[in-house]
Ligand binder design. Structure first.
Ligand code: ATP
Length: 323
């Protein structure tokens, strides 16, 4: 193996740059020639490769986003698209590929291995919904951004005795919302895995005031049936009956752009270098993730076949501690 390529795909996550840097520098250290692929799988299909030397990845460790760009690439879902990607990899003399991304990206990575091309995945998504890694690149930083918003909203909520709602990212997985609710001391949390209807929510928030709390704050995952838009609409429509207003803050993409913290820089660096070391050891068709603080690998076939369970004991803890 002489030449490897690296790409970032799907939603960007703080720490992706640290992972790219680690792949490049660990690769160069091992005597490999390393190429970056611009804009994820789109760049593979378009043959958009750039040679990356150690100096080319200087100054990116502390930056959010990805210097290579990312993309959602519908063409890659077709066999023609993937065959063209493998052709481009061959035409550029690439022997193996590192795919940094979440569930969709690792599904794409698995499909490439099915075509016989050696791929190693690196677990990166702020959703923390990837089977094969206890925690993924970007989660910790995104969580801290959500917490900063929650802490600030609690201050203003206490001053005005208002109920506030914060919507965080998470289309299918409530991890970010649940962890933010526990760490931020929210009065209620709504996640796709554990839906609450608006009337029950109103009763919980009312209960918080009745117990003498100066504020009531609810964290909602964007993928919940009653997300921020729906709850605001419902509370406005039934204001008289419910007895109070709900003010909403939707964090949206703000959560992706934060300067990666120490945890994500370390995690991304270990996983990026770990991916190179596994390739050198002759392993591929695997995801490199973290388990019990150690680097662990999981076959991509298992990664795509399994759903990572959400620890619902955190949900119970959130309820108990919001007394
Ligand atoms: P995040 O969850 O953080 O947004 P992700 O990697 O799950 O990251 P997706 O948009 O789901 O993001 O996937 C990224 C890309 O992976 C897609 O745009 C597509 O090119 C490729 N991909 C997703 N699913 C498949 C699939 N079933 N087969 C082939 N490629 C896929």
């Amino acid at each position: 193996m002489k030449r490897i390529a690296v790409l970032t795909s799907g939603g960007d996550a703080p720490g992706m740059n640290a992972a790219i840097r680690a792949v490049v520098r660990a690769g160069v250290h091992e005597g490999l020639q390393v190429f970056g692929v611009r804009r994820g799988f789109s760049g593979l299909i378009a043959g958009n490769f750039i040679n990356l030397e150690a100096r080319d990845v200087g100054g990116i460790l502390q930056q959010a986003g990805t210097m290579l760009g990312s993309a959602r690439c519908p063409e890659f879902r077709s066999e023609e698209g993937r065959i063209e990607a493998v052709r481009q990899l061959g035409a550029h003399g690439i022997d193996a590929l590192v795919v940094i991304g979440g569930n969709g990206s690792q599904t794409g990575a698995h499909q490439l291995t099915e075509l016989g091309f050696p791929v190693v995945g690196v677990a990166s998504t702020i959703d923390n919904d990837l089977y094969g890694s206890e925690i993924t690149i970007g989660v910790d930083t995104a969580l801290n951004i959500a917490l900063e918003a929650i802490d600030r909203l609690k201050v203003t909520a206490s001053s005005h005795q208002r109920a506030f709602l914060v919507e965080v990212m998470g289309r299918d997985c409530g991890y970010l919302a649940l962890a933010a609710a526990v760490a931020g001391g929210a009065e209620a949390v709504i996640i796709p895995e554990m839906e609450i209807d608006p009337d029950t929510l109103a009763a919980e928030l009312r209960g918080a005031y009745q117990r003498g709390k100066p504020h009531a704050l609810v964290v909602v995952a964007e993928g919940a049936k009653f997300n921020a838009d729906r709850l605001i609409h419902h509370f406005a429509e039934h204001r008289e009956r419910l007895g109070f207003e709900l003010r909403a803050t939707i964090l949206g993409h703000v959560q992706r752009g934060g300067t990666p913290g120490a945890f994500d820089r370390l995690l991304a660096t270990r996983l990026g270098a770990g991916a190179v070391h596994r390739l050198i050891a002759g392993e591929h068709g695997i995801l490199v993730g973290i388990g019990n603080s150690q680097i662990v690998t999981t076959p991509l076939v298992d990664v795509v076949a399994n759903r990572k369970p959400l620890d619902l004991s955190l949900f119970e803890l959130a309820r108990v501690l919001s007394r």
